[in-house]
Design a protein around this ligand. Structure first.
Ligand code: UD1
Ligand code: MG
Length: 453
């Protein structure tokens, strides 16, 4: 129902001290994307939808990431951590602006699916004032327990306030909720802090909904989807779950993964048709791989656009700003960075190509280095179409190799080479016929060779 407006409030004011990191918790990456960016990507994004994120004080880096992920999002600061309901009310102004549905999500729960938010909104359309996302916990310790009677949600009991019987309940609160916009503030404003932790619990909304004669519903989901992250171990578990999903999606889209469990993808990796990824490949953020391309084993690829029918690796390292045209071949132990390679270029062995454009069908010999850095600035190398760079050449940037030019092996090229010219920069080869034999004979006269024992 796109005519309904939805406000998604993401709570991200947590301290995350158990991560033992100077990076704020919600900025830790899963599949190459910060936790908070996953949640923001799942939030509804129709034109009349809005997003509010509640952040802790002094969290400018978090605000920056939020703006990157969803530029339209508004941020609100929760100055004191007085509980989840208190955090939601930090975004009071956004709630008061009157959305039809209000979704609450946690910034540290990155596996949440778009379709789950949709199911919660459906429950509101069906008349509930509040819809709570629940799951069956393998170990419910620490979670709020959902107390139900028939199909009715009666209350949520936090671990600290639960009795023996309530603690045995395994249906738990995932933390994700949806409030009907018209009654949300009335409910939230009634939440008090009369519990063992003296916090304003969002979970108390359920009892208040019932006191007002309204209805609260439960929507169930899988435990994997609502894993919250508090520790590095939980971060690693979430990574595993996410990688499994991404591999499955790639396989479903027709990508050949020979050993899927050894391939690591990023949340934004895109594939064309008939792509093959061999075992032990790591793909970071910002990578697209076009039709018919093969990524051979042990390659590491970040921020690269790879064209059709290319062949990459084994042991290739493609870094940000790499753009490869059709049929490009990148072989073993080749590193590229900010490198624009036109169709048919071959860079087959042991080479560094940085800050460079290479024209069509040029061949770059083994051991070629573009010397792009002088200790202060980066400089560009331009290599013309059809050029042939002999093995073990250093191209000292800024420098231009002309179209169709040849570079003799072992040259250090620091001046531009015209089109179709040959440039050789190395000492003349000296030849002394018979020298080696004379040398050996002289040595043998002076010293007897060691006899084997
Ligand atoms: C909460 C739920 C619990 C649920 C569990 C699911 C409450 C009272 N309890 O417990 O029922 O089973 O999540 O993981 O809601 N936050 C703020 N400001 C605050 C407090 C929290 O922004 O003042 C944020 C945190 O950053 C976090 C989220 O709210 O993203 C949840 O807070 P947390 O302290 O982790 O709550 P739990 O004890 O896990
Ligand atoms: Mg938590």
């Amino acid at each position: 129902m796109s005519s309904r407006s939805t406000l998604t409030i993401v709570l991200a004011a947590g301290e995350g001290t158990r991560m033992r990191s100077s990076l704020p918790k919600v900025l830790h990456p899963v599949a190459g994307r910060p936790l908070i960016a996953h949640v923001l990507a799942a939030a509804p994004d129709d034109k009349n939808d809005a997003i509010a994120v509640v952040v802790g004080p002094d969290h400018q880096v978090v605000v920056d990431e939020i703006k990157r992920a969803r530029p339209e999002a508004k941020t609100y600061v929760q100055h004191e951590r007085l509980g989840t309901a208190h955090a939601v009310l930090a975004a009071r102004e956004a709630i008061a602006s009157g959305a039809d549905d209000i979704l609450i999500a946690f910034g540290d729960t990155p596996l949440i699916d778009k379709r789950t938010f949709e199911r919660l909104r459906t429950a509101l359309r069906d008349g509930a004032a509040l819809a709570v996302l629940g799951f069956r916990a393998a170990d419910p310790t620490g979670y709020g327990r959902l107390l139900v009677e028939g199909s009715e949600l009666i209350a949520i009991r936090e671990q600290a306030d639960a009795n023996e019987v309530e603690r045995a309940v395994t249906l738990c609160n995932a933390g994700v909720m949806a409030f009907a916009g018209k009654t949300a503030l009335k409910i939230l404003d009634r939440i008090g802090n009369g519990n063992s932790k003296c916090e304003y619990y969002l979970t108390d909304a359920v009892t208040i909904v019932r006191e007002l004669g309204l209805r609260a519903a439960v929507i169930e989901t899988d435990e994997d989807e609502v894993r919250g992250i508090n520790t590095k171990a939980q971060l690693a578990e979430a990574e595993q779950v996410m990688q499994r999903k991404l591999r499955q999606a790639a396989l479903d889209a027709g990508v050949t993964l020979i050993a899927p469990e050894t391939v690591f993808l990023a949340a934004d990796t895109t594939f064309g048709k008939d792509v093959t990824v061999e075992p032990f490949v790591v793909i970071g953020p910002g990578v697209s791989i076009d039709d018919g391309t093969v990524i051979h084993s042990f390659s590491n690829i970040v921020g690269a656009r790879i064209g059709r029918n290319a062949s990459i690796g084994p042991y290739a390292r493609l870094r940000p700003g790499t753009v490869l045209g059709e049929g490009v071949r990148i072989g073993n132990f080749v590193e590229t960075k900010a490198a624009d390679l036109d169709a048919g270029v071959k860079v087959n062995h042991l080479t560094y190509i940085g800050d460079t454009h290479i024209g069509e069908n040029a061949n770059i010999g083994a051991g070629t280095i573009t010397c792009n850095y002088d200790g202060f600035d980066k400089h560009r190398t331009e290599i013309g179409a059809g050029a042939f760079v002999g093995s073990n050449s250093s191209l000292v940037a800024p420098v231009r190799i002309g179209t169709g030019a040849y570079i003799g092996s072992g040259s250090v090229i620091s001046k531009d080479v015209p089109d179709d010219a040959l440039a050789v920069e190395r000492a003349e080869q000296a030849l002394r016929p018979g020298w080696a034999k004379r040398f050996r004979d002289m040595k043998m006269l002076n010293r007897k060779p060691k006899s084997p024992k």
